[in-house]
Ligand binder design. Structure first.
Ligand SMILES: [Fe+2]
Length: 469
């Protein structure tokens, strides 16, 4: 661990609009659309630094592909959290002790109405035609996908109670609906799993499940007929929140190593809980995908043996030292048998992996390949493509280059799952520039390498929106 990657945790105030970066190689002409990524851009205000990577101010990044040309823009979301930062007041949401998630704690303490942060820095989605930036506090911010200008708050047209919510929404192209979930505190905490039909902004509750803890749950998966949640024993402790010394959501998190992990498999149409097998304590941020295989349900995800990864991403741990020396994420396959209420777990790839994706067309359907960030390289984060059928993996990495979340995009005219490209940003820490890399999805050969005019701080997630003609 060299620590040189800490350039990825340095604030960026430079905003670019429709910049045309130099490109080596060539971008396929069929690649037409826009990748929009979200992540933290600014980590200081009023002379103070936020405590956790998750707390930097939301900055959108836009990579637009048209006939082999690339254009780049980046822009902060103009939110209340941004305005407060510009006047020197620091707000956070996860591990920072001023406002934000602190407001959720205050809500829990007072059982009053939530007034959480609007620093929507985790993910993006398109809901009812509106482009929306998302975080885990229940406030969402709409933006213009062309200019990245902030349009204002986005509200669902319903009254679902949510205290903490999912920034990861599953966009299911096969059923024209988006699936998400939210957590409600109280005497009987619940997870509400919902759908948003395409063309609507009203959430329909599929199921409300009794929550243990409740747990901190970051992501979910769907099959064509199920929704799957992984409830780790990383508990959002309301008792901890009542402790006057607790400082943010991170202080609410309590790892309970003697408690099991529980899978929650819900029938997407009836809302019935069809399986809830348990096994040893594990933690999971991100799912790869799920699908039905006969009577079984296959769920691929990135598993951690414990929750150390969460605390290790605090900036006090990262500053000057770089990525933490904690157990790496493991690509796992869970086979769930609802009749036996059992699960078999198998590791698919021996290396460290995170930020996994499959092409959009495979969501909820059988996938062969899982793409992700290869995390345990020396002074680099690479790209890995795992053949989930054979266990073979192809990797790409370059010293000093930190690949971020890869997005596989199938060629519209192609048949094979890996006929297309993988688009990923990557930070070159020596040059202090972020790169936009376009890989052949079959071979991971670099087809194009664009150099942006600055180093973006490490971001979280993005989505590719094909051009609609
Ligand atoms: Fe995430």
């Amino acid at each position: 661990m060299t620590g040189s990657e800490t350039v990825g945790f340095r604030s960026l105030t430079d905003e670019r609009d429709d910049y045309s970066p130099p490109v080596e190689g060539s971008i396929p002409a069929w690649l037409s659309g826009t990748l929009i990524r979200n992540g933290p851009g600014l980590f200081e205000a009023g002379g103070r630094r936020v405590n956790h990577w998750f707390d930097g101010l939301a900055m959108l990044r836009r990579y637009s592909f048209d006939d082999g040309e690339l254009r780049y823009s980046n822009r902060f979301l103009r939110t209340e959290a941004y305005d407060e930062a510009m006047t020197g007041r620091l707000t956070g949401q996860f591990g920072t002790d001023t406002r934000g998630w602190r407001r959720i704690l205050d809500t829990v303490r007072s059982f009053g109405l939530p007034e959480p942060t609007d620093n929507a820095n985790v993910h993006v989605a398109k809901i009812d035609g509106e482009f929306v930036a998302l975080t885990e506090a229940p406030r969402r911010v709409a933006f213009d996908p062309d200019t990245l200008e902030t349009r204002g708050g986005f509200a669902f047209a319903d009254d679902l109670t949510e205290h903490i919510t999912a920034a990861h929404l599953v966009d299911d192209p096969h059923r024209e609906e988006t699936i998400g979930f939210a957590t409600q505190f109280g005497l009987s905490p619940q997870y509400h799993i919902y759908r948003v039909p395409s063309g609507s902004r009203r959430r329909e509750v599929i199921a409300s499940l009794d929550a243990r803890g409740p747990a901190y749950i970051h992501d979910c998966s769907v099959t064509d007929s199920h929704v799957v949640l992984v409830e780790s024993p990383l508990v959002l402790s309301v008792l901890q929140a009542l402790n006057p010394f607790s400082e943010g959501a991170i202080d609410m998190l309590q790892w309970q190593p003697d408690s099991p992990t529980r899978l929650l498999v819900v029938d997407r149409d009836s809302g019935n809980l069809v399986a809830d097998p348990t096994f040893e304590a594990t933690f999971c941020f991100h799912h790869v995908n799920a699908y039905r295989d006969g009577r079984e349900i296959v769920l691929d995800l990135i598993e951690f043996p414990n929750s150390e990864i969460v605390g290790s991403l605090s900036l006090s741990a990262l500053d000057g030292k770089g990525f933490p020396d904690v157990p790496a994420g493991r690509l796992m396959r869970y086979r769930i048998d609802p009749r036996a209420n059992s699960v078999d777990r198998e590791r698919l790839y021996p290396g460290g992996m995170e930020l996994p994706r499959v092409p959009r067309g495979r969501v909820g359907r059988e996938h062969r390949y899982a793409y992700g960030q290869a995390t345990d390289r020396e002074a680099a984060n690479g790209l890995v493509k795992v053949d989930c059928e054979t266990g073979q993996a192809i990797e790409w990495w370059e010293r000093g280059v930190y690949v971020e979340e890869p997005i596989p995009i199938q060629r519209p005219a192609g048949d094979a799952e890996d006929d297309g490209v993988v688009v990923a940003t990557a930070l070159d820490v020596e040059a202090e520039r972020t790169l936009l890399l376009v890989f052949d999805a079959a071979t991971l050969t670099v087809e194009a390498r664009a150099t942006l005019p600055h180093a973006e701080p490490f971001g979280f997630h993005g989505r590719f929106f094909p051009r609609e003609d």
